[in-house]
Design a protein around this ligand. Structure first.
Ligand code: PEP
Length: 230
């Protein structure tokens, strides 16, 4: 399975270094063979190799330049980072990233062979309108995205389940992932309040190839515990 940890704006450079090394040691000692990614804040990026791949939560689609507050390929290269989260709902909703901008980033980093975890997810008003509305919404979030790219992983993260403690039911995850699978061959992650108490149930859902975890990934104990349960 794929386990991806999104630290968001949590952890420092030192705590990320300790986390990644601790996690790697535990995985090696326990013989855990999952594919594991950690996405720390930009200030804590570090070179790391399997079994724990470190990726960036965001980057600007340029090598370098006059883009205040952003990091580009030059900054990622310094740490050998070739994995990127694109399209997270917090960037879309809180930071105003349009589908056009998201697609531009995707095309730029795809052309440079980055591994991309691309996020989609509907707000509660759309979920309440039923499956057809959810499908239309998610397909809009895939507009301009080459879904046949070989280094793509898609994360389905219903916005109403992120950081709320409210997980989608296994039935809702199964039907949404089955719908996404009709369009997408890439691995599909589920994200939204995944934790050690619900990981077994979620991992057992058909077409769930892994999870993207926010809150419950912040402590290495809890992130590692999830890996040992499936
Ligand atoms: C996320 O933001 O990617 C996420 C899944 O967060 P949480 O696990 O805290 O819901």
């Amino acid at each position: 399975m794929i386990f991806a940890a999104n630290f968001k704006m949590n952890h420092t450079r030192v705590s990320t270094w300790n986390y990644v090394h601790d996690l790697r040691d535990r995985m090696v000692e326990a013989g855990v063979e999952h594919e594991v990614y950690v996405f720390p804040p930009a200030s804590a990026l570090m070179g790391a190799h399997r079994p724990v791949v470190v990726g960036a939560q965001n980057a600007y689609p340029a090598m370098q330049g006059a883009f205040t507050g952003e990091i580009g390929m030059e900054q990622l290269d310094e740490f050998g980072i070739h994995t990127l989260l694109i399209g997270h709902s917090e960037r879309r909703m809180l930071l105003g990233e349009s589908q056009e901008k998201v697609a531009e980033k995707y095309a730029f980093f795809k052309a440079r062979n980055y591994e991309i975890i691309y996020c989609v997810g509907e707000p509660i008003e759309v979920r309440e309108q039923g499956d057809a509305a959810v499908e239309a919404y998610l397909l809009e979030e895939l507009e301009g995205i080459d879904i046949h790219y070989g280094r793509l992983i898609v994360a389905y993260e219903p916005i109403w389940a992120i950081g709320t403690g409210r997980t989608a039911t296994p039935e809702a995850i199964a039907s949404t992932h089955a719908m996404l699978r009709r369009h997408i061959e890439a691995p599909l992650l589920y994200g939204g309040s995944v934790n050690p108490a619900n990981i077994e149930e979620i991992a057992a859902v058909e077409n769930v190839d892994g999870v993207l975890v926010g809150g419950a990934s912040l402590e290495v104990d809890s992130f590692f515990e999830m890996m040992t349960k499936v």
